[in-house]
Design a protein around this ligand. Structure first.
Ligand SMILES: Nc1ncnc2c1ncn2[C@@H]1O[C@H](COP(=O)(O)OP(=O)(O)OP(=O)(O)O)[C@@H](O)[C@H]1O
Length: 267
């Protein structure tokens, strides 16, 4: 289903040696353990793993929504590690598009206003030709004057997709983008994300639990207990499902190894 674009040369996002823990002492949870990963420009990556494996934490650290304890993150040619809140907010506006499971559209604004909002906040003029092109591909032309409450879930998520791509970001982070959609609407969103990679050279990093959604990606990265434990190239729903069947074994092995390492460090 997926094709690796020939143009995948540079890295849109690069992370090296990321560590992140929540809490202290006995209550401490290590959410990321020495994670290093690269996302090539024009590549579509799905991040999978059992609940609590660190997917959201990784995405938040890559997107500058959360701080890591150690390690370095680069978005495009900018090292975001060490930036303060203000600089991070600016960086996110300029370089990153977000798509959330709950759509996160502003209810009082029309679809069109929602799409253009991040550009407006960043003080950028929209490239109207580009925005029109996305709106057309997403088939939102006759919905632009509607408010989110007047749109179906699928239409709302397509508006969120247009909003994410409107500024031509270095990378789009999508967190369970089809989690709230029926199969037909989910397929439309996934097809669009695939098309944005193939036709617009967009870079996409998507967290998902769904093997069918993951099969639209060029590669699947699997996390367990805060570490990258496996990777699949050109995934199909079947190969992803097969990996998922072994999640429990993978997690058990990782937890055991990590506990042994933690105990060794504590001595
Ligand atoms: N703010 C927080 N405070 C304390 N612990 C946290 C916090 N956020 C996440 N964790 C813990 O860090 C670990 C990784 O959580 P994370 O949300 O990244 O996992 P996930 O793979 O995205 O899970 P899910 O698939 O359920 O969304 C979990 O053990 C979680 O309980």
């Amino acid at each position: 289903m997926s094709t690796t674009p020939a143009v995948a040369k540079t890295n849109a996002v690069r992370a090296e040696g990321l560590w992140k823990a929540y809490g202290h002492g006995e209550a401490q949870v290590v959410a990321l353990r020495d994670v290093s990963i690269e996302f090539a420009t024009g590549q579509y990556t799905a991040i999978m793993g059992p609940s609590g494996s660190g997917k959201s934490t990784l995405m938040h650290c890559l997107a500058g929504l959360d701080y890591t304890d150690h390690g370095v993150v680069n978005v495009g040619d900018t090292q975001i590690t060490g930036m303060g809140d203000k600089a991070l907010t600016k960086m996110r506006r300029e370089k990153i598009g977000f798509i959330f499971q709950q759509f996160n559209l502003l209810p009082t604004l029309t679809a069109e206003e929602n799409i253009l909002l991040p550009l407006g906040i960043a003080g950028k003029k929209p490239d109207s030709e580009w925005v029109s092109r996305i709106v057309k591909v997403l088939d939102l032309g006759d919905r632009l004057k509607h408010r989110p409450s007047e749109l179906s879930g699928g239409q709302q998520q397509r508006v969120a997709c247009a909003r994410a791509l409107a500024s031509r970001p270095d990378v789009v982070f999508a967190d369970e983008p089809t989690g709230n959609l029926d199969t037909k609407s989910g397929t439309e969103v996934l097809r669009f994300l695939r098309q944005s990679v193939d036709e617009f050279n967009q870079t996409i990093v998507m967290v998902t639990h769904d093997p069918v959604a993951a099969s639209y990606a060029d590669r699947v990265v699997i996390l367990a207990d805060g570490q990258i434990v496996d990777e699949l190239q050109s995934p199909t729903a079947e190969t992803v499902l097969d990996k998922m069947k072994h999640f429990e074994e993978i997690v058990a092995a990782k937890e055991e190894a990590n506990q042994a390492a933690d105990a060794g460090e504590a001595r």
